[in-house]
Design a binder for this molecule. Structure first.
Ligand SMILES: [Zn+2]
Length: 184
């Protein structure tokens, strides 16, 4: 066993050297992650999940996140936060719709503004009360992650077909009025 007093090891780094080392480390990590996209995704998912879990249970962390986010927005007035969020949401919506077939599963309506995501097996009031329903954003995420699995639960409907389904009578396809062609 080594009975010597604890040896010095490497000489202490100056703050500049330390900063340089951190910078190099960050750069290397970035380069490695760029070369390994799958690992990047795995890493990001794991980190996000951990942060989300913490966000749920740690009020101090929630406050910190909210303050940091407010400060960033105040420091970057040129970045239109709301517009960014809306654009991102639209992009994800378009991707999710395309993955689910891109048109109403019932009548074939294709225009995005009138399409909605529908639970194939409806969520009844019980599920809603139990807060089992999900935000649309969450559904998009699911579709983008695993379109095949998601297609078992969700479909695209147009507003008309969705309404008809909601009232309990699914309109037989031959009776669906194509309102673009009915002259009104
Ligand atoms: Zn339809």
């Amino acid at each position: 066993m080594d009975t010597q007093p604890k040896k010095q090891g490497r000489p202490r780094l100056t703050p500049e050297e330390k900063a340089e080392r951190v910078r190099r480390h960050r750069e290397n990590t970035k380069r490695w992650l760029a070369a390994h996209p799958e690992a990047t995704l795995r890493y990001r998912n794991r980190t996000n999940a951990a942060l989300k879990a913490r966000y749920k249970v740690d009020p101090a962390y929630r406050l910190k996140v909210s303050q940091a986010s407010k400060a960033w927005r105040a420091a970057h007035p040129e970045r239109d936060y709301t517009a960014t969020v809306i654009a991102c949401r639209k992009r994800r919506q378009a991707q999710a719709f395309a993955l689910l077939g891109g048109c109403c599963a019932h009548c074939g309506e294709k225009r995005p503004p009138v399409l909605v995501i529908d639970h194939i097996k409806p969520l009844r009031c019980g599920a809603r009360r139990a807060k089992l329903h999900e935000s649309t954003t969450h559904i998009y995420t699911k579709v983008l992650r695993d379109p095949v699995e998601a297609a078992k639960t969700y479909q695209i409907l147009c507003a008309n077909c969705n309404m008809a389904k909601g009232t309990g009578d699914v309109v037989p396809l031959e009776k669906v009025i194509n309102w673009r062609e009915c002259g009104n």
